[in-house]
Design a protein around this ligand. Structure first.
Ligand code: DVN
Length: 311
């Protein structure tokens, strides 16, 4: 009898442990502690050459210098101490301007933005700039947590390796094993680059600017997001004629926020206070249709022909 009781206890304990582990993994942010993207040098350089050759053939960017500047910014600092100003040389190597009336900013609408920019070819997102194009979806951080490294005596030997910088006294490299979460760093190398790129992009914006927000979440406009904390403050009312807000909700909802409600109303108040003219739409047909591509049977996707067959 005692043996049975022990077996039952062990079984219950192991089930509870599994459930706890499952809960912890589900509750924890889904972003695993990934390391620097493998082959990052080849990816970044390849994307750079692709951009100057095929995407914007009239551009004159020095991809070698861009890589050296990026490597220097990241590998000379501890992995949690790469601030925006450490990328100054990098961004000097990637000067860019954009035509007015084309800027598309977004927040919590990544996939829909990609679909929207793919059909509305005149619109330009940060990911269409060289910086956004090269570093999109990549992760990077340096290996050591210690203090700054001396400038390399022998220059940057980045061509035979994954970005090793060899100096007389130390070798620094990207950490391909694990990088910290953005929230774990005062100056996260990835966050800082995107912060600087976002600031530059918003300050470049002119004419009509489109902003795509997610009406199916609380705080479609979040003051702590990159849009809410960096880009919004980078917009210049002297350069930007209209801010056209588009609030998109999932076909099946939830329908949480819209133009006149919640955080979107807060965004509008800020725009008004800063002297921007604005429009707001929460029923953009194109944005609905873009979602219908993935759910053509959805009732929201029925066209007039479907609902009025006699016409
Ligand atoms: O306007 C755009 C663009 O121009 C750029 O400036 O950023 C704006 C969008 O940033 P956002 O307002 O912060 O919106 P999101 O959707 O919260 O974040 C944008 C991207 O950063 C997403 O790809 C996020 O990854 P996710 O959530 O889709 O897996 C990513 N991101 C946000 N917080 C992050 C993070 N990646 C890693 N760690 C974090 N803590």
């Amino acid at each position: 009898m005692e043996r049975v009781r022990m077996m039952v206890t062990n079984f219950i304990t192991s089930v509870a442990a599994c459930l706890l582990l499952l809960f912890m993994t589900r509750v924890a942010p889904l972003r695993a502690h990934l390391g620097t993207t493998p082959n990052i040098k080849h990816i970044v350089m390849g994307r750079c050459f692709n951009y100057v050759t095929l995407v914007k053939p009239d551009s004159r960017f020095d991809c070698e210098e861009i890589w050296r500047a990026f490597e220097e910014a990241v590998l000379r600092q501890a992995s949690c101490d790469v601030a925006c100003e450490h990328y100054r040389r990098l961004f000097r190597a990637m000067p860019q301007t954009g035509a007015c009336h084309r800027f598309l900013l977004w927040s919590k609408t990544r996939k829909l933005t990609q679909d929207y920019a793919a059909v509305a070819r005149h619109l330009w997102t940060l990911e269409d700039t060289l910086a956004g194009y090269m570093f999109n979806d990549l992760i990077w951080c340096s290996q050591q947590e210690d203090s700054r490294r001396p400038l390399p005596a022998t220059g940057w030997r980045g061509d035979q390796s994954q970005g090793q910088a060899v100096s007389a006294t130390s070798v620094s490299d990207f950490d391909f094993g694990s990088c910290p979460e953005w929230s774990a760093c005062l100056h996260h190398p990835v966050h800082s680059l995107w912060r600087q790129a976002s600031k530059n992009f918003a300050e470049m914006a002119c004419g009509n600017v489109t902003v795509l927000l997610n009406g199916s979440i609380e705080k479609a406009f979040n003051r702590n997001s990159m849009f809410g904390s960096v880009e919004l403050d980078g917009l210049n009312p002297q350069r930007v004629h209209y801010v056209n807000i588009k609030v998109a909700t999932n076909l099946d909802g939830p329908f949480i926020e819209s133009c006149g409600r919640g955080s979107v109303a807060d965004l509008i108040h800020i725009l008004q206070a800063r002297g921007f003219r604005w429009t707001c739409s929460d029923s953009d047909r194109i944005l609905t249709m873009l979602q219908c591509v993935h759910k053509p049977e959805h009732r929201a996707c029925r066209t007039c022909a479907d609902t009025h067959p006699g016409i």
